[in-house]
Design a protein around this ligand. Structure first.
Ligand SMILES: Nc1ncnc2c1ncn2[C@@H]1O[C@H](COP(=O)(O)OP(=O)(O)O)[C@@H](O)[C@H]1O
Ligand SMILES: [Mg+2]
Length: 233
């Protein structure tokens, strides 16, 4: 089990953002987290990442109790909307950042970054700055940056949310292929039905700070279930 969440709760004032969440995510799976706005999806990812501390409960990552470990100690990669690329660094520097601050040696860093540049098909863009890239290219760089440290878990909070439909579709396909190649345990938040159904092995329906249902895309045959999943009245 890559991610094991035990009785996780988190309140903001009197409001329960996470209400005794229990969840197991298998190693190597690609899981979509869906649910209404304000249901606690981002809070859950932040607590898993270590950007937020829960009031109670435990977060286990690959068998280790990481509840009180720092972000760095958790060996996770994340792409959150408010963690944009570093503007003053070029693509190469953005991707190498995590390895550099961990004191990796220069040869290891350049091998790893070149491998990732190939993976995101931006080999020719190493020297470009974020402002010189398209939205889709920037998100690919953000993913490469998250993958650079070879994380055990990858967390993506609406990674393609701000992009237009054509680019979203490309990136969605690309994420699926990337996941087949790298097979890192991945949890991604989306409000795009197609995205969840096409990409994920498993869909977690989150509501009011709790896991309401876990669904396999191949089981989504009932219209009522589909509607429930995406809150069609
Ligand atoms: N730092 C915070 N301070 C106060 N309330 C917060 C904070 N972060 C989230 N919340 C509240 O917790 C609830 C869940 O938020 P969030 O996890 O961002 O939901 P989602 O990602 O599903 O839209 C929301 O009602 C939000 O207003
Ligand atoms: Mg959110």
């Amino acid at each position: 089990m890559s991610i094991l969440i035990e009785n996780l709760s988190k309140k903001y004032g009197k409001f329960s953002a996470l209400d005794s969440v229990n969840l197991e995510i298998k190693t190597g799976s690609l899981v979509a987290l869906v649910g209404p706005s304000g249901s606690g999806k981002s809070t859950l990812l932040r607590v898993i990442a270590g950007l937020d501390i829960p009031d109670s409960g435990r977060v286990w990552l690959t068998g280790r109790d990481t509840t009180f470990l720092s972000v760095q100690e958790r060996e996770i990669g994340f792409v959150f909307q408010n963690y944009a690329l570093f503007k003053h660094m070029n693509v190469y520097e953005n991707i190498s950042f995590g390895l550099t601050i961990r004191g990796a040696n220069p040869l290891t860093i350049s091998n790893r970054v070149n491998e990732l540049l190939k993976l995101i098909r931006l080999e020719k863009f190493a020297k470009k700055y974020p402002s010189q890239l398209s939205g889709g290219q920037r998100q690919r760089v953000a993913l490469a940056r998250a993958l650079a440290i070879e994380p055990k878990v990858l967390l993506l909070d609406e990674p393609f949310g701000a992009l237009d439909i054509k680019v979203r579709k490309d990136l969605r396909n690309w994420l699926r292929i990337l996941h087949q190649q790298v097979s890192v345990t991945t949890v991604f938040v989306t409000h795009d039905q197609q995205e969840a159904l096409e990409v994920a092995n498993e869909i977690i329906l989150f509501e009011k700070g709790r896991v309401q249902q876990i669904i396999k895309p191949q089981d989504v045959y009932e219209l009522s279930l589909l509607k429930k999943l995406f809150f069609v009245p």
